[in-house]
Structures are given as C-alpha cells and as structure tokens.
Write a protein that binds this ligand. Structure first.
Ligand code: 2HG
Ligand code: ZN
Length: 427
C-alpha cells in the first residue's frame, strides 16, 4: 500500500519537526501477516519503522532511516473481556479512545489516560511505557500489562499472553518490550488490567503564587488515598490555552494545581470538609461538565503552545524539591542565549514529571544542549514518559552508565541481530 498522501502523513511527526523518508507503508491485518513481513525483512536485512498512532513527541514513530513503515492500524480487534478478573485482551492498533468506549458500561475503566487518547494506540503506548495523568494513582503502562504478544526478528512470535492473571513460569520475555520503543520487536496484542469505576469524582483547581505553596497544596492533597490526578501549569501557559480554545481560567495566579479524587460516595463530603478551610484561589467542579472545563485548561497546553511556532520539548523528572531550581535555571540559560526565547512549564507535578516547552528561533541543538545539559547536571531524567525516540538518542550515553548501555545493546542484538527495527530510535 503506497498511496503518496497517506505515506507522506506517516512520514511527519505530530509536531511537524521530524520528517522521515519512507516510500512504503505496510498495514498487516493479522499477527500472522506481521510475522511474515518481519521474517522477510530480517532475511533481506531491510529496515522497518513501526508506527502506532504517530503521536510520539520525540520522533520515535518517524522513519528517519527506513524505506518502510509498518503500521498497526489494522490490528483493531478486542479479543476478550474478563469481567471477573477485570482485564481485557486487545490488539495493538486499538486506540485508548476505542478501548474506553468499549469499556463504557462494563463497570471498569483503563488506568492510563492522556491527551492524545483518540490516536495513541495500545501497541505504541506499551512500546513507550506511556505515563499520562493517572500515574500518581495507577502507574504507567508497565503497571497495566498482564501479558503481551511480541513478534521479533530473531525468534518470531513470542507469545507471552497467559490465560492466567498469575503466572511465574520463567523469564517474562514479552515484558522487555515495554518501553523498548519498538527496537526489539512489535507488540501485536496485550492483556491489560482494568480499574473498577469509582462511585464519585471530585475535581478542584488551586491557584498559588509561590512554588513552595504549590508543593504545600500537593502535600495536602496527597494525604487522601483517593487522589488520582495532581497536575500543574502556570499563568503564562493557561493564557495561551484561553486564547486557543476560548476557555476562561476562574482566577489569576502564578501557578495552578489541578487535583482529581476518585472514590466512594462518602469521599465528596470528606473532601469538601477538608478543603473548606483552605484560603485563597480555589475552584471546585460540582459536576462533570465543570470538571471537564477545568480539565481543558490543563489538557490543551500542548496544542496551545504549538500555535506559537517551533517548539522544543523536554519531558523531565526530578525530585519535587528540585523543580523550582530547574525552572529558574532553565530560564536563566535561555536568557543567556537569546532574549526572544519563551519557556512554558506544566505537567504531572505529583509524579515529579514536568514538561518544559521552549519556543524560540534558536536551533534545536542549542536549546537541547542548554536544557538537557541542565537536566543531566542536576541528576534528573531526560525522559520521564515520552521515551528517547530519535530526538534524544544523542544524549542517552550521558544519561546511562556503561553497564546499562552495554546491557541495552546486548538485548537489542539478541532480539534484532540485524538491526532492522526502528533504526535511529534509542540507539
Ligand atoms: C502532556 O502531559 C503530554 O500533556 C505532552 O505529555 C507534553 O507537550 C508536551 O510537552
Ligand atoms: Zn505528560
């Protein structure tokens, strides 16, 4: 299948920044077809780039060194739903939105949620160990996967899909693919654990003027076991969102914290009692519609910032006490380079994971060195949840020690000895 328009769209990443040069798009509609393609590609030593929903923000889905893209877009079956154990088995091309739709009315939902839910696929999110907004409560994709099927160049199909929730029979080989960004095999299907729905949800937005107040609010919210979202953004960012989607933030503050609590019927009373005495800027969503409005203020940051031009994105993890220093040092480094750069910070404060988006006319290499360099100097992680992709691969050797790099390369060589999968990604 090589319709030029479709192939062109698959060659460009979401930001428009990374452009690949593949001429052919392969769309297997079964795991057996996918196995055959990989076997042939391995025999012919032909590089192939694997693509799910093409939502990578680090160039992970873009075929920079391959003439072939293999998309999982036709692997759409939801094979099994187990209402007793609370798990679902589905193929790699099912999107998060489709999965949520399928689960509607079953009494369960999926533990990971993120803004690109309508495009991001199960296979892609497993391969990148996607995090999202509920990480603070349910963890990332690694924590949701019960078992998975993986097709590898060296061993063909490694079927690790166990019928059982508990199965300790030797090394769980399939799980090595979680977070491996498609470099050792293609995830074709997975069994995922599900979360029972809560009787009620409580969403609250706080505005504070100092970072230490923000951390204080987080500490306060964290004492409730029902906390399931602890997000963060700033006034500068939310102004852009207001313009982009015509929303209104209820009050003006320097920093905003968005919390969601999911729990039983008594939870709302407990929370409203606890929050009643808190002074300052606070907005409580009394129903699903107003909660959605508060959510939109956080969720549309990526979109709103993308309207400003070239954006360099950094997805970093720190200890909570370091984030303010990172934010001010990042601004100082940018100011020393140019007076026209503007940085925005937002993200998953509860996980110590913030997204720094830099809008500037500087080359990406210069901004990378300033911000990734700072992150490494401060001992932070250069990828909290987006992966390494092609955009951060040049920095991996500074983020990992020799033993870690050697072990990663040995795993890659074992599963993909001819290096045909996703060349340029991670390694
Ligand atoms: C989010 O948390 C995503 O909204 C995207 O991880 C972050 O655009 C970004 O930098
Ligand atoms: Zn994020």
């Amino acid at each position: 299948m090589d319709d030029p328009d479709v192939v062109r769209a698959c060659n460009v990443d979401w930001t428009g920044k990374v452009v690949g040069g593949a001429h052919f798009l392969l769309r297997p509609s079964s795991s057996a077809q996918l196995e055959l393609i990989l076997m042939l590609a391995n025999r012919l030593r032909t590089p192939i780039h694997i693509q799910g929903g093409n939502t990578s923000l680090v160039g992970g889905a873009t075929p920079v060194n391959s003439d072939f893209i293999l998309t999982t877009s036709k692997l759409k079956r939801i094979r099994h739903f187990d209402s007793q154990l609370g798990r679902v088995t589905c193929e790699a091309g099912v999107t998060l939105g489709e999965l949520s739709e399928y689960l509607r009315g079953t009494g369960y939902h999926f533990g990971v949620d993120l803004a690109s839910r309508e495009s991001a696929t199960v296979g892609g999110m497993i391969s990148t160990n996607a995090g999202g907004i509920h990480f603070i409560r349910h963890g990332g994709f690694r924590d949701q996967v019960v078992s998975l099927d993986l097709v590898t160049p060296a061993f063909g199909l490694i079927s690790a899909s166990s019928k059982y929730l508990k199965d300790n029979t030797g090394i769980d080989v399939g799980r090595i693919a979680i977070g491996a960004e498609g470099t050792i095999g293609v995830v074709t299907s997975a069994t995922l654990r599900l979360i029972p729905n809560s009787a009620s949800s409580y969403t609250v937005l706080f505005g504070v003027d100092t970072f230490s107040d923000a951390l204080e609010k987080l500490r306060f919210a964290r004492q409730f076991a029902t906390l399931s979202v602890a997000e963060f953004f700033t006034y500068d960012g939310v102004v852009l969102v207001e313009e982009a989607i015509g929303a209104r933030v209820p009050f003006r503050s320097r920093y905003y914290l968005l919390f969601q609590f999911d729990g039983g019927h008594l939870m709302e009373q407990e929370l409203s009692d606890a929050f009643r005495n808190i002074e300052g800027n606070v907005a409580v969503a009394s129903d699903a519609v107003s909660a959605k409005k508060l959510w939109a203020l956080r969720e549309h940051h990526t979109l709103a910032i993308s309207t400003l031009g070239k954006v360099d994105k950094y997805d970093v993890s720190f200890e909570l006490g370091q984030i303010e220093e990172f934010w001010s040092s990042a601004n100082k480094r940018l100011e020393s380079l140019t007076s026209s750069a503007k940085a925005y910070i937002f993200g998953h404060l509860g996980d110590g994971n913030v997204h720094l988006n830099v809008v500037s006319r500087l080359s990406s290499a210069v901004v990378d060195e300033a911000i990734i360099g700072l992150t490494l100097e401060m001992g932070g992680s250069i990828s909290a949840e987006h992966g390494i992709g092609t955009l951060k691969s040049g920095y991996l050797s500074r983020a990992k020690n020799d033993a870690q790099l050697q072990a990663m390369r040995a795993i890659k060589a074992t599963f993909d000895p001819n290096g045909i999968l996703n060349p340029g990604v991670i390694f």
